[in-house]
Design a protein around this ligand. Structure first.
Ligand code: GLN
Length: 190
């Protein structure tokens, strides 16, 4: 199985290591030509959504990646990646791919709670220690998609993980600890 990891900025190496540990092959997406390669899944890593969004356009990768996601390519998006997927960002005028029908709030935990760890239930099946770093959360699900967006995780009354068809969006960073269970889930989706 070949997983493409968007490698323009942010925490992409950690995803690669985790996927390799699980036996998957990885390629890095750094330029338009990389999108010609064959891959079965995509990781949108954490980092800075504004920087990643700008680079995707400057490097002419934006439209082709958006089309692949809209056409059903399985995606695991973490933190900034979730922001790139969201159809609305409540505290930012930008919209990036907009393929995931949710409203997210950027840097939603404020300055004092910039980074923290918390343990919460994941998809009703296991407890997962979640690392949040200047994280967003999901404020709302678009009305038309209410039945199709599955809430994977909530913490402190806020939605921090969702799945909509081929897209998994997480507010936290599952790649920063040793626990591979969420990446395993993603590989199963593929
Ligand atoms: N605060 C970042 C943003 O707005 C996301 C942080 C992260 O990916 N850890 O894009």
């Amino acid at each position: 199985m070949m997983i493409a990891v968007l490698a323009l900025q942010g925490a992409f190496i950690e995803h690669e290591h985790m996927l390799q540990k699980l036996g998957a092959d990885t390629i890095e997406l750094r330029k338009t030509d990389d999108l010609q390669k064959d891959f079965n899944g995509l990781i949108l890593p954490g980092g800075e959504s504004t920087v990643q969004g700008k680079l995707l356009r400057e490097l002419d990768m934006f439209d082709a990646l958006k089309e692949k996601i809209a056409n059903g390519l399985p995606v695991l998006a973490t933190c900034a990646g979730l922001i790139l997927l969201a159809s609305h960002i409540s505290n930012d005028d930008n919209i990036y791919f907009g393929t995931l029908p949710v409203t997210v709030k950027r840097n939603a935990y404020g300055r004092q709670l910039g980074s923290f760890e918390a343990t919460a239930r994941f998809d009703n099946s296991f407890d997962f220690t979640m690392t949040f770093i200047r994280a967003p959360y999901v404020e709302a699900i678009d009305d038309f998609a209410k039945n199709d967006v599955h809430v994977l995780a909530e913490y402190d009354g806020k939605i921090v993980g969702v799945q909509y068809k081929n897209q998994i969006g997480l507010a936290f960073h599952p790649e920063l600890d040793d626990d591979t269970r969420i990446h395993e889930r993603f590989l199963e989706l593929i």
